[in-house]
Design a protein around this ligand. Sequence first.
Ligand SMILES: *Cc1c(COP(=O)(O)O)cnc(C)c1O
Length: 459
Amino acid sequence: MSHQFKTIIEPFRIHSVEPLRMTTLEQRQEAIQAAGYNLFSLRAEDVLIDLLTDSGTGAMSRDQWAAIQHGDESYAGSPSWFRFQEAVQDLFPFKHVIPTHQGRAAEKILFTVLGGPGKVIPNNTHFDTTRANVEFTGAEARDMVIPEGKQASTLHPFKGNIDLQALEGLLSERAADVPVVFITITNNSGGGQPVSLANIRAANEICRRYSVPLFLDACRFAENAWFIHEREDGQRSREIAEIVREMASLADGMTMSAKKDPFGNIGGWLAVNDDALADRCRNLLILTEGFPTYGGLAGRDLEAIAQGLREAVHPDYLRYRIRSTAYLGNALDAAGVPVVKPIGGHAVYLDALTLLPHIPPLQYPGQALSVALYEVGGIRSVEIGTVMFGRQPDGTEKPAAMELVRLAIPRRTYTQSHIDYVVEVVQQVALESATLPGYRMVDEPPSLRHFTARFAPIR
Ligand SMILES: *Cc1c(COP(=O)(O)O)cnc(C)c1O
């Protein structure tokens, strides 16, 4: 009989290391003040543990670096393109694969074709760039996650599910105004929560009835498939790749950021079945990204992604990935720090509204918490709350559904001792939480304001 050990073993060992730079409290206070209290404006070298995002920040494998040497930089019809296309279609058998330099480029192209004033695009929860690209065309981006998905501490195995009743309600009234329905797997802006196969299947059935295409924003497809494997009835015996193929078979197309589950440092794609839609998208692609066999990427990037896709669905990796994220979340939960539960796939989300009840939403409790995590321990996180989502298309400002701080875990990058340190720092900040100030925005850009806004503490 084999023994069950509880320590999470990283299914890799370290082959090349990067130094981290230690800083003092005073240096960090100075750096964050100079950055206008915006974590995006820090120099990365002034950060000790960088949990700003899991996007493009993961470690590539030996086999990915080897694949990069096979990169063929032919302008058209490169063998790297065909390897990329084959790897994508092996998991997502859509007829047309259109490579882009990032996920948002795929969004920009698709919504330029499908969006426009008077249109409504539903999604469980739009990611920030998705919402911005929808709204930029004059269309409305409407979030319709199930009610449990908006309550930080309510347990539900698939808190990312789209609200089927709300979807049916919208389509029964205005199907002609809905050019596409989106489901984001996992639901990034809603706590990294998964969507069940049953929910995608039911959404597919509703969309069929109203003849509206269903698309996946599939950035974390492998983590979502792992949750389905672990939590959904009858899925335990299936291979992860098989579950991914079934998710894809229920959709008419997808957008993708290869900087997430595919282990790329850059890249993305748009995939569709519809020939006419593919033609219109490719015409825009040539205008903004490049020729359809490279789409803004170097041949070596295409190779790295093709290899990354194979690694992303390996069960040893996914077991480690999901368990190590839960390790951080559960340790914080046990220490009494309010977190979104259950713990999601790629990140742990702190509930700033509960931790900082003295700071009202329009004084940005999430921003206050993320600044404190940086000052106290050099940890960089990101606010996902009113700073990110509070500005309305009509110019008013209103509180977001939740005030979260996301600790995103780059793939295969930090060890358990780095994570133990993060737990200690968050606990220290929680102890001092009553003394943290709120913030006001002193400089605000017209869209995606969280990236470049400047703040001042309200003392
Ligand atoms: C990252 C992300 C995007 C955008 O991808 P980029 O590569 O950053 O442009 C879109 N949707 C979701 C859910 C994401 O996580």
